[in-house]
Design a protein around this ligand. Structure first.
Ligand SMILES: [Zn+2]
Length: 401
């Protein structure tokens, strides 16, 4: 089968200085002749300044010549707080989560309450004010979620603002259930694939499905707005086995968009990275001792003897993760209403994402075998070493012949 490539470019935070068009043009000129690129995603430097506007406009013209779709990368329930005052998330003791400091030049991972109508209005205002006059063919919505365990337990055990808490039959019971101690993270005793877990306590299941319901409902409203603007819609989502803990029901979300990109970052030690998030899930639920860790890996279908998701694995030791990610993708492809493109790291950042060509080859081969429509080279083409990009081209070429 053919394997489409989508490129992702970070142009700067909402309040940051945008990257120069020249840097983008150079990289694209090198990559486009070698790879079957169908879409380019770029964001989210604000469109207020003349330089940023010119970056998006010139890129749009450049891509149109090659018949490539141009998506704006737009974070929804995080980052937007640097531009508008938004209703905060509230923890299970009724205390608002303070926003993380940050100037808006980079990512700050400050999440707002996704259930708030006020927030949705303000977030759409941001698009209207900063980007609506620019020539994008689609919008790529990121951070359509709650905080993950990577930011601590408090953010995951939210939102208990009066509006959200009113949805629970008995918020006090949910609070008690979440405050319990578990032999497995949150009392999980089985994983059925596609983000479906079996929990010992039905209240915990109810808690996470309510959160997913808030996200799905809010995304319906948000997508209706972008459909009226005649924009195509892509979603950035967590890997299926992590998605429920951030409020993402991937089957429901797949009905709202034109494509979905689960982030299968097998070696990233930062939010959304599989080793990083799995470690946080175990630690934040008090299940990080060796026996519990091993049992959880077994529940996921991983061989614990191979030390999956080790935060200390060496270059070249990523086969268990890649094979697991491919199984996750195959299940998702079968149950999703929209095409799946696997998100794979391409950039290299010391200690955060040590991405080398061998990993790229293994991942692309395994993911195309899982039936994905293509690969999203994430999360910043501008930081991708030449040897990584060359290997993508060789692997894709090899699959054609
Ligand atoms: Zn809330």
């Amino acid at each position: 089968m053919g394997c489409e490539i989508i490129l992702q470019i970070f142009s700067g935070g909402f309040l940051g200085e945008a990257v120069p068009f020249k840097a983008v043009e150079e990289k694209l000129s090198m990559v486009l002749p070698r790879l079957p690129v169908s879409k380019v995603i770029m964001g989210w430097a604000g469109g207020g300044s003349r330089e940023t506007r010119s970056l998006y406009e010139k890129t749009a013209v450049f891509l149109e010549k090659s018949n490539i779709e141009f998506y704006l990368w737009f974070p929804v329930f995080s980052e937007t707080g640097v531009l508008k005052s938004l209703d905060p998330l509230v923890d299970l003791h009724g205390r608002p989560l303070e926003s993380q400091s940050g100037s808006g030049k980079e990512e700050n991972f400050s999440f707002c309450c996704p259930g708030s109508r006020h927030n949705i209005e303000k977030i759409l205002e941001i698009f209207e004010e900063e980007f609506s006059s620019m020539p994008f063919s689609g919008i790529f919505l990121d951070k359509i979620r709650y905080p993950s365990f990577a930011q601590g337990q408090r953010g995951v055990f939210s939102c208990f603002c009066p509006h959200c808490a009113a949805e629970y039959a008995d918020p006090g019971q949910v609070r008690d259930a979440l405050s319990g101690t578990f032999s497995q993270p949150l009392g999980i005793n089985g994983y059925l694939g596609c983000g479906t877990y079996e929990f010992e306590d039905p209240l915990i299941m109810e808690f996470f499905s309510l959160k997913a319901g808030f996200i799905s409902r809010s995304m319906q409203r948000i997508c209706r707005y972008f459909r009226e603007k005649r924009l195509k819609i892509g979603f950035d989502v967590f890997a299926p086995f992590l998605a429920p803990f951030v409020g993402q029901d991937l089957r429901a979300l797949s009905e709202l968009c034109d494509f979905m990109k689960p982030m299968m970052y097998c070696i990233t030690r930062a939010p959304a990275g599989l080793p990083f998030e799995t470690e946080a899930l175990l630690c934040e639920t008090g299940c990080s001792n060796p026996e519990k860790r091993q049992r959880f890996h077994e529940i996921l279908g991983l061989d614990p003897r191979k030390l999956p998701f080790s935060l200390h694995s060496q270059q070249g030791e990523h086969a268990p993760e890649v094979n697991f990610a491919a199984r996750e993708l195959a299940n998702l492809v079968n149950s999703s209403s929209s095409p799946i493109y696997a998100g794979m790291e391409i950039n290299r950042k010391k200690n955060l994402a040590e991405v080398y060509p061998d990993y790229i080859e293994d991942a692309i081969t395994a993911y195309s075998g899982a039936g994905v429509r293509g690969i999203v080279l994430s999360w910043n083409l501008l930081d991708a070493p030449q040897e990584n990009l060359v290997r993508v081209g060789e692997v894709i070429e090899g699959m054609r012949t």
